[in-house]
Design a protein around this ligand. Sequence first.
Ligand code: NAD
Length: 259
Amino acid sequence: MVKNKSAVITGSSSGIGLGIAEGFAKAGINVMMNGIEPAEQVEADRARLESYGVKALYSRANMMKPEEVRGLISEATEAFGTVDILVNNAGIQFVAPIDEFPEDKWDAIISLNLTSAFHTTKAVLPGMKAAGWGRIINIASAHGLVASPFKSAYVSAKHGILGMTKTVALEVAEQNITVNAICPGYVLTPLVEKQIPDTAKARGITEEEVKRDVLLAAQPTKKFVTVEQLADTALFLCSDGAASTTGVALPVEGGWTAH
Ligand code: NAD
């Protein structure tokens, strides 16, 4: 049962992370939200999560700074007693051919989309081991399984996090801690909306054509994945029924990687 458990979800002030936070709160899980937005901007969402009868807190800790990552896990442990569930979700994107790819963008994407999950996992595992139960869910991407042009840093980070998922799953397999990755296809969140104009420019087509011919062309269902579907998948991975599911990369991408 997940009711009364507590979760830290990185990058949960927006998009997929917020959708997972909402699904968790509805299931009775206390939630530590996190993001770079000022608290005032997130307050309405935080209060809505608490209206489901759980504790919901918000931290602006920067997941690119290891001390702030450790601070986030300590703050959640102090507030809730334990961190039973960790969702590594914070992520950014940048789209450019590799020979024009800015070095600072490469470093930022590897730092947030991959290295931050190393620091959160390292900080959270001692508590999970002491409690004898834990769930770690890494939000990877279909781009953890296959590539697309112009996304070298993102594809590298997402392939990397699948390697970390399998490694940590093996390390903690005997301690009732599972470690899995979800590989979403395209979800219409700010992260995707922001890359549509750049992709249109890089390919010389309209924004509508990017949605139809580039993004949804990859997804046989021809539909964007929803944050509610991802919240349900994350809840399944937290359930007792998923106790033997560990080290997997679970695609939720409308059949994209079946091609
Ligand atoms: P989003 O832009 O809507 O949200 C990103 C979140 O990360 C926000 O809460 C933001 O505040 C937070 N964030 C950014 N920088 C941060 C930092 N330095 N420290 C802490 N938090 C930070 O993005 P999204 O589309 O919801 O993406 C969430 C995750 O899902 C990412 O890892 C992304 O790669 C992955 N993903 C998204 C899609 C998609 O189509 N949207 C598909 C596959 C995978």
